[in-house]
Design a protein around this ligand. Structure first.
Ligand SMILES: Nc1ncnc2c1ncn2[C@@H]1O[C@H](COP(=O)(O)OP(=O)(O)O)[C@@H](O)[C@H]1O
Ligand SMILES: Nc1ccn([C@@H]2O[C@H](COP(=O)(O)OP(=O)(O)O)[C@@H](O)[C@H]2O)c(=O)n1
Length: 215
C-alpha cells in the first residue's frame, strides 16, 4: 500500500522499524478472557503481528538475569511489573517487527503503563479491543488452561482479577472516553467471539485510502 513521505506516520515512526505502521490495535481483557486465543486467530486471518507483553515478560523471566528473577517473583504474586521494564521490552519488539499491522496484547494494564507508553512510544492505537467476560467464566478457563503457568492458581488468579478491576478497567475507561474502545462479549464460544472481531476488522481494513490512520 502506498504512503506519502509527507504522511505523519513516516515522520513519527521509531527509527529502527522496517516498515511504517498502518494499524496499531491494543487488546485488553481480564486474565483468561481469551486475548491470546483471539490474537492467534487475527494473526491467521488478517496478517497482523502479535506482541503479547505477558509473553515478553515470561521470556525475560526465563533469561536468568536479575531483571528476569524480579519479573518472575512479581508475576507469581499476580502484580504488575514496573512499566520501565515492560516498555523497554515492548519498544524493542515493536521496532523489530517488520509488520505494518501490530496487535499488542495485555498492554497498557495500568496508569503507569499508559504514562510510560505515551512518554516513550507515543504512537496512538487505532483501536482498543476489550474482551468483556465474567469473572466466573475467566476463572473456569484459567483453571483449565494447563500451560503450567505459575500464576494460574486460584490464589494468584484472584489477585490478578483484583488488579484488573482496580488498575486496568480505569485505563480502558480512559480510552473509551476518547472513542477508541470496542467492547466484545467474550463469554461466548471462541469462534463466535471471533465472528464479532472479524466484523470490526473487516470494516476497518476496508478504509483503504486512509493512509495515516493511526496518527
Ligand atoms: N471463548 C472461549 N470459550 C471457552 N474457552 C476459551 C475461550 N477463549 C479462550 N478459551 C480458553 O481459555 C483459556 C484462556 O484463554 P487465553 O486466550 O489464554 O486468555 P488470556 O490471553 O486472555 O489470558 C485457554 O485455555 C483457552 O483455550
Ligand atoms: N503490561 C503488563 C502485562 C502483563 N504483566 C504481568 O504478566 C502477567 C500475565 O499477563 P498475561 O497478559 O500474560 O496473562 P493474563 O493475566 O491476561 O492471563 C500479569 O499478571 C502481570 O504480572 C505486567 O506486569 N504488565
Amino acid at each position: 500500500m502506498l504512503q506519502s513521505r509527507n504522511c505523519p506516520a513516516y515522520r513519527r515512526e521509531p527509527s529502527h522499524r522496517k516498515s511504517p505502521l498502518l494499524f496499531l490495535f491494543w487488546f485488553e481483557g481480564g486474565p483468561g478472557s481469551g486475548k491470546g486465543t483471539q490474537c492467534a486467530k487475527i494473526v491467521q486471518h488478517f496478517g497482523f503481528a502479535h506482541i503479547s507483553t505477558g509473553d515478553l515478560l515470561r521470556d525475560e523471566s526465563r533469561s536468568g538475569s536479575e531483571t528476569g528473577n524480579m519479573i518472575e517473583s512479581i508475576m507469581k504474586e499476580g502484580k504488575m511489573v514496573p512499566a520501565e521494564v515492560t516498555i523497554k521490552l515492548l519498544q524493542k519488539a515493536m521496532q523489530e517487527s517488520g509488520n505494518d499491522k501490530l496487535l499488542i496484547d495485555g498492554f497498557p494494564r495500568n496508569e503507569e503503563n499508559r504514562a510510560a507508553y505515551e512518554a516513550v512510544i507515543k504512537i496512538e492505537p487505532k483501536l482498543v479491543l476489550f474482551l468483556d467476560c465474567s469473572e466466573e467464566e475467566m476463572e473456569r478457563r484459567l483453571l483449565n488452561r494447563n500451560q503450567g503457568r505459575l500464576d494460574d492458581n486460584i490464589e494468584t488468579m484472584r489477585k490478578r482479577f483484583k488488579v484488573f478491576k482496580e488498575s486496568t478497567l480505569p485505563v480502558i475507561e480512559y480510552y473509551n472516553s476518547k472513542g477508541k474502545v470496542r467492547k466484545i462479549d467474550a463469554g461466548k464460544p471462541a469462534e463466535e467471539v471471533f465472528e464479532d472481531i472479524k466484523t470490526i476488522f473487516t470494516s476497518i481494513s476496508q478504509v483503504k485510502h486512509c493512509f495515516c490512520v493511526i496518527l
